[in-house]
Design a protein around this ligand. Sequence first.
Ligand code: MEV
Length: 438
Amino acid sequence: MKNNTLTTGFSRLDKVQKIDLVSSHVSDPELFSNTIYSSWHRDPVVQKMYDEFSENTLGNYFFPFGVAPNFLINGKMYMVPLVIEESSVVAAASGAAKFWAERGGFHSEVIGVEKIGQVHFTWNGGKELLLRFFPEIRSKMLINTERITANMMKRGGGILGIELLDMTDKIPDYYQVKATFDTCDSMGANFINSCLEEFADTLRDSIAGNDELSAYNLQVIMSILSNYTPNCLVHTWVEGKIQEGHHYDDLYTDKEFITRFETGVRIAEVDAYRATTHNKGIYNGIDAVVLATGNDFRAVEACGHAYASRNGQYSSLSKVEISDKTFRFSLTVPMALGTVGGLTHLHPLAKLSLDLLGNPDAAELMMIASAAGLANNYSAVKSLVTKGIQKGHMKMHLLNILNTYQATDNEKKHAVEFFKHEKVSHSAVNSFLESMRS
Ligand code: MEV
């Protein structure tokens, strides 16, 4: 292994040279380069495309691509593609999807699709002067972005609004141009950022070209979309009558189960420690769909966690309502997704995922991803408030543990049978394999 020397000119090396150089930094260079080479796609054209998704690419990093069938959403049945490395997430999604498909399925509605971008700037000429000229500047901003917005407008989207915000109570001389957008079926990051940079240029030019304004100092600090999109929102729910016969669980009666479940969700409403784990369970499902369809899971997560804190305390994104003898479990979550642009049709598996979902528009994909989130949340909370999570988790984790000990197919077969009735742990699996091997 090399020590802390600076690596220079790395990006200019070709791929093989990069692999050679990086190999010299690991404990087993041959294993490293063999593993990287064996990750390459057999078709060099496809591999080149994967390489070009990012920079300094050496090879591919595999994640399981799975499917959860039986997602009935607004009366339409979906097989939902899930890309996730954590065992039991797909099982949890599938279990809840089937359970609720037999009880009316998921209901979902998109509440809004508005995206947001900001130009942050400082100006020392005072608010009144800026406010007086802003309507004129705004009109120029709309004209100057016409070449960027023309296509989006043809698709029914574009710029929805541009406003000037006085932020001087937070930072001296700090203002914002805050704009809202409809980006139709694209996530819209490039569209929004291009518009914002044009707004910034227009602001600079308008101030420089005006005698009254140019006497003061304008500094455009940055122009960038906001990943916080509280008005790009989807609401999804399942509901059932509170009566015996729903068979929510084997251990508890329906009434007992619902009381325990409701308390479990209430705890995540009031306690940030529990809320974080609770919401993580929701994102187990959402992220898996977001990744499978070539969307930006960091943006979706960041937005959801900001939304979960919108009332000043980080809280559960899902909630339980019990009224008129009805149990309703719902999730309200913002997410900016695209079904065109970005990687959605470039990544072969993202394209196939969208095909499997019937090529939904962005709004439909929001409903599908949120249903996967709610399904995972339902399964997790159900397990937690009944038999506990670990039994199921460790059963699912068994194959990972067996692979750690390089178990053969035959050993795996016997282990799976044996651990149907035994508690799974690393040491128990190790002892089992030792006794089989001796
Ligand atoms: C594990 O990935 C997710 C859970 O911790 C979620 C939860 O606690 O609600 C099981």
